[in-house]
Design a protein around this ligand. Sequence first.
Ligand SMILES: Nc1ncnc2c1ncn2[C@@H]1O[C@H](COP(=O)(O)OP(=O)(O)OP(=O)(O)O)[C@@H](O)[C@H]1O
Length: 241
Amino acid sequence: MNKTEALVSVNHVSKSFGKQQVLKDIHLEIKPGEIFGLLGPSGAGKTTLVKQLVGLDLPTSGENYLFQEKMPSLKLIERVGYMAQSDALYGELSARENLQFFASLYGLNGKKQGERIEQVMQIVNLSNHLNKLVSNYSGGMKRRLSLAIALLHEPQLLILDEPTVGIDPVLRKSIWAAFYELKKKGVTIIVTTHVMDEAEKCDRLGLIRDGSLIAVGTPEDLKASTNAATIEDAFLVYGGA
Ligand SMILES: Nc1ncnc2c1ncn2[C@@H]1O[C@H](COP(=O)(O)OP(=O)(O)OP(=O)(O)O)[C@@H](O)[C@H]1O
């Protein structure tokens, strides 16, 4: 695949914090419209990589490109939605007030703002809790509100760091249904996870361990090429043990 086809290109990226090398020569291309999962155990480097993709951190060497634009780039803010691993919400405000705040940051005001707030809260199944203070939300509700905020400005690329942590299986299913709906509309989604059943739902996966990308492929390909029944087993064969 050449560069013009890739929506996201990670070009030989390495990252060190002091003496610790956290990303090791990662080379990866993500195509428009795919749901790409970054799968790896805790501490593998997933968050470090996605923070670079949204422009919150820099590689020690190598470059990241989004929409053929080198990151970090302010130009891309409107095209990218990011949900961080820890929720950045204002507890003393209601969910609606949080949404209104982030919507106005994106220049979304008036009638359109109200409509989008209703739509995104429906997607995450929180419509009945719009006026509740966020400090009274459960952990799972906060995750879902963070997801709603990431969706507000209808980004073409969504980067979600462990979006379903703390979310029960029924809601997790409905959130994945929402991801597939977004995919149908052409949205590209990058999701980090260490949940194997979630990994199976991705179009392609990048297996990451100790800062190295140890394999990339569809869940089916990764299983077939390792003769494994599950992604977990495939991961172990690729060196994840
Ligand atoms: N700002 C930082 N300074 C020093 N070390 C860091 C920093 N950020 C991350 N690290 C280290 O980099 C490594 C990778 O961390 P990272 O958060 O990217 O892992 P992860 O795969 O996202 O894990 P998890 O699933 O637990 O979130 C860890 O050893 C972590 O301690």
